[in-house]
Design a protein around this ligand. Structure first.
Ligand code: UDP
Length: 372
């Protein structure tokens, strides 16, 4: 029996490979890059020794206990609470928007109830928000929307918030207390030795072979029992219905002379006339380490072109239509499962990616066992 082929060594591929290996099924994991980890890849910076999140910041957060336990089985998850700041018109505010943010923004000292009452006078009456802007206006009203969301979102997505789905904003909490934790999830942390070390431990099994700088398809791709494909779904079908739209990110590396450049891991920039969306200072993600020097990434977003790394699926009406054609083709591939952020063209957090990979591997094992 030939083994299973897994395309992509991000969380999706790595978790599936491990699940299959534990059940006695061998796999070959391939990735076209020269490292595993996908966009969660971490490596130490040569100049400072600081652990870099090479493709942008990744803080792990979940309510899924099994997923959290899995992370802890292969790495040591260090406590980390994401507390993000944003600079708007030369002032620094806390995100997500919470009571401190509101009191600072309006120059008030409102209690939670007072703030709720006040925001309800600002919030616009839009019963079923149809897009990002309507969602924001119905949540916080125009002033907060324009300051905190409009400029940032235009830079991040290259589109007017009236064209974007309301679901993007629903990722962010709004709080009428002083809790400035960016996430609502029960578990949150960052792996002590980085995501790549954690995924290396997952791949460390005699039934898993990993091949880097290896593109799909292989010469003998069709000879595998099954393929789990976590690459871009449109690339698999040779862009038959055109390229699906993605935003890509550019990172400008900064080596400030001071040892602490901005005092926090992530500083957003809400104003539209500042070209970058955020600056991340990587040493603050590893607060248990001591480093004299610092290194930051200044991040800008743009439309992905051929050869760029895809990050955020755009998913407007046009892309959804293209996607439906690709999903139709995908459903006809009997021995290939399309999975993960690129394989299904969805804006997925790490924990959801891992949950779906676990479920997918288990479903496969049930059918594989039935066939045996
Ligand atoms: N967002 C915003 N202002 C901010 C932070 C986020 O308008 O200061 C919007 C923006 O549209 C962004 C979305 O909220 O794409 C989701 O933000 P999140 O922090 O979850 O984005 P990620 O870290 O995944 O890029």
């Amino acid at each position: 029996m030939k083994k299973v082929l897994i395309v992509g060594a991000g969380f999706t591929g790595v978790v599936i490979a491990r699940q299959l290996a534990e059940a006695g099924i061998a796999s070959l994991v391939i990735d076209q890059r020269d490292h595993i980890g996908g966009n969660c890849h971490t490596e130490r910076d040569d100049r400072t020794g600081i652990m870099l999140h090479k493709y942008g910041p990744h803080v792990f957060h979940t309510d899924d206990e099994e997923v959290w336990n899995l992370m802890n089985q292969y790495g040591e998850m260090m406590p980390y609470i994401s507390r993000i700041k944003t600079t708007i018109n030369g002032q620094v505010y806390a995100l997500p928007i919470n009571l401190h943010t509101m009191n600072q923004f309006f120059g008030t000292a409102m209690s939670p109830t007072e703030a709720q009452d006040y925001i309800s006078t600002l919030a616009e009456d839009i019963p079923v928000p149809q897009n990002f802007e309507e969602q924001a206006l119905s949540m916080v009203g125009r002033d907060l929307y324009e300051a905190f969301f409009q400029g940032y979102t235009e830079k991040q997505w290259g589109l007017s918030p009236t064209e974007l789905p309301a679901s993007i904003l629903k990722r962010l909490p709004l709080r009428f207390n002083y809790n400035d934790n960016y996430f609502n999830h029960r578990y949150q942390g960052v792996p002590r030795d980085g995501y790549t070390a954690l995924m290396t431990a997952m791949l460390d099994h005699p039934l898993i072979e990993t091949r880097l700088e290896c593109s799909y398809p292989l010469e003998d791709s069709t000879e595998y029992d099954h393929t789990f494909y976590s690459g871009p779904i449109d690339a698999y079908f040779r862009y038959r219905y055109g390229r699906l739209g993605y935003r890509t990110l550019d990172f400008e590396t900064l080596y400030p002379t001071e040892s602490d450049y901005q005092g926090c891991a992530q500083m957003n920039y809400g104003n539209a006339d500042i070209p970058y969306t955020r600056i991340t200072e990587h040493k603050h993600y590893a607060h248990w380490e001591n480093h004299e020097k610092t290194v930051c990434y200044r991040e800008t977003s743009r439309l992905a072109e051929e050869g760029d790394i895809p990050y955020y699926p755009i998913r407007l009406a046009q892309e959804k239509e293209q996607l439906s054609h690709y999903l139709h083709l995908a459903n006809q591939e009997r021995d290939v499962t399309f999975i993960g952020r690129l394989g299904t063209y969805r804006y997925l957090d790490m924990d959801v990616t891992i949950r779906e990979a676990l479920d997918c591997a288990r479903a496969y094992l049930i059918t594989a066992n039935a066939v045996r």
